[in-house]
Design a binder for this molecule. Sequence first.
Ligand code: ZN
Ligand code: ZN
Length: 342
Amino acid sequence: MRAAVTRSRGVMEVASVPEPGAPAPGQVLVHPEAVGLCGSDFHYFLGDIGTIEDPSVLYPRIQGHEAAGTIVAVGDGCPPQLAEGVRVALWPVHGCGTCYPCRIGRPNACTRLSLIGVHQEGALQEQLHVPAAQVFPVGDLDAPLAALIEPVSIAVRAVVRGRVADGERVVVLGAGPIGQALALAAFDRGAEVLVVDTVQSRLDHAEAIGADVLSPDGRLADAVREWAGDDGPEVVFEATGVPELTQTCVELVAQAGRVVVVSLSNDPAPLRIGDLPLKEVDVLGTSCCLSDEFATAVDIVSRRRDVAARLVTHEFPLAEAPRAIDYAMKNRTEVMKAVVRI
Ligand SMILES: [Zn+2]
Ligand SMILES: [Zn+2]
């Protein structure tokens, strides 16, 4: 069967790989149909992973962690809803079960985290084995839409971390796919949302979701106060990956508010530490999501499929997966979400 294999830093090729065969007990065999590409795929593809000194250990790897597909075979002992022909989304998270985060019910922060498409082979191939606990039936959702569930699940976790509540005012810095997903997830908890970005086409997507939008010219803080009122927004999300903007989030957020950093960056940036006690701000990280949060993401994408569908802007066949990742990396303002169809 065919797979898109990342051979080395910046080199992906479509190649023939062995079929995985029948699933073991507790596993299903999935035929991926649609796989989204995202910023973390680009980091992996380019070997730009801060904690790893020798990027060559990353390869070869079959990438792809934002995946939807159909079940083609079911191992013994799987729950009855996981039947042949059922379309599912893949929850990529697998924790070790024994480390501190796993013991307190947070396998998404496992010290030995094993993500499909990152630490183990991913979905850019025609078949793969997946533990039953990591596949979620998606009903009649189209495959490219179902591939959006994983990025939306990141946002579901982020709004849980930020304790976003009904009627609160939420600011999202960055209108990329995660920024859009944050708007969807914050709306789902009854919040008002302002999305900030400098790229108008991205703000148009956020507006279609129902967010207020802002392209900052001049003092961002003034514009945000004008939108949120004098107290400022209760929650601010950092989804740009620009390191300096974490300080901006702390400045923008209300006293006693919450800042959630969702984006990934290897670069340090100064933070005015005194702001944290002075404002009594919670600054929170967020990683992947828990199982029930993934189920919430299935629900959100199902209910808001009309606006979610707009986010899938480009599709490529598996044979063109190397071109897909190259195109998506080089045209980040044009491409909202590129999906590889398998
Ligand atoms: Zn992703
Ligand atoms: Zn663990």
